[in-house]
Design a protein around this ligand. Structure first.
Ligand code: AMP
Length: 307
């Protein structure tokens, strides 16, 4: 089943203890769609500037990602600069230039209308909400956000949360939205705001799913998937979006959304996050194979199996 994703398609400059990379192809929707493309058809809605050329387009084409919904506008693409020199688990934002995203009016191509899965990747919540409202028939809607939007755009973000089935954010963001420093209490408070499932990402320590009280949710109310202990992390950027891509891509590939499918999706999310950090930018995500992905899934099995 196809996924439509809206979010940033960007150029990033990042510095990590392993080095520095200037203006690499990035953005939340880019990481998400590359990761999800190994599981299902992905369709992107975004805007890029004149700096997005054939080289960048080829990355999407190589993964059969539909970019008819990526508009080209005069000016520059979204630009983000971040540093992980102080903390590998959390980026310090040095610069955010919205550029062409500032005046973006998302349009959903006719060919995307039958997407049953919708992912609202990190971008201005006003844009997330417009896309959500324009896709009333989506069967499963998930989304992400970040401190930048929680801090200064909270009313718009709260509107987005009302329309989500699943929210994927990190621990700091969960505490920020709820205004509560206890993670479990904060997660419960976030579940009162709309989503029936909350996936809290803990960087190199894995991710925890909290399920709300909906009758659709059967089984345990909390489930945790580990992250893979890695000897070297080259660039943590995009790990969260890649987790989301693996998680949602796997769900979209399943014939039925059973509680077991959600648990396996948490592991596929961790698998894709573990690949993303092995190289700078999207380099590692661009060259994977489904075989490698399933082999790593089995490593996760061995990591956590008791018998
Ligand atoms: P992640 O490391 O998974 O949280 O996401 C990193 C990606 O998010 C980078 O490639 C950035 O281009 C993108 N990004 C950073 N800040 C923002 C923002 N305010 N809105 C949308 N995307 C952003």
């Amino acid at each position: 089943m196809a996924i439509t994703v809206v979010g940033s398609v960007a150029f990033d400059t990042v510095e990590t203890p392993a080095g520095r990379r200037e203006r690499c192809l990035a953005g939340a929707a880019t990481y998400f769609s590359l990761a999800a493309s190994y599981f299902t058809q992905v369709r992107v809605i975004a805007v890029v500037g004149e700096d997005f050329g054939p080289e960048q387009q080829a990355v999407f084409d190589a993964h059969k990602i539909d970019i008819r919904g990526i508009e080209r506008a005069p000016g520059k693409s979204f630009f983000w600069q971040g540093s992980y020199l102080e903390n590998l688990n959390e980026a310090k934002t040095l610069k955010t230039d919205l550029n062409v995203f500032a005046g973006f009016e998302p349009k959903i191509p006719e060919a995307y209308r039958d997407s049953e899965f919708l992912f609202l990747a990190n971008i201005d919540p006003v844009l997330q909400r417009r896309v959500r409202e324009a896709t009333p028939n989506a069967k499963l809607v998930a989304g992400d956000t970040m401190n930048y939007w929680i801090k200064d755009h909270k009313p718009a973000l709260l509107e987005v949360l009302k329309g989500l089935d699943i929210l994927l954010i990190n621990d700091t963001e969960t505490r920020m939205i709820a205004g509560n420093s206890n993670l479990v209490q904060a997660a419960r408070a976030v579940l009162e705001l709309g989503p029936r499932m909350l996936v809290v990402k803990h960087g190199e320590y894995g991710a925890t799913a909290f399920f709300g009280k909906s009758p659709k949710n059967v089984g345990a109310t909390t489930f945790r998937a580990p992250a893979l202990p890695l000897e070297e992390i080259i660039d943590p950027t995009g790990a969260g979006d890649s987790f989301a891509g693996g998680f949602f891509g796997y769900l979209a590939s399943q014939p039925e959304l059973t509680p077991g499918a959600f648990r396996r999706a948490m592991f596929y999310g961790s698998v894709m996050g573990s690949f993303a950090v092995e190289r700078f930018g999207t380099d590692r995500l661009q060259e994977l194979s489904r075989k490698e992905i399933d082999e790593r899934f089995n490593i996760f099995r061995e990591l956590t199996h008791l018998d």
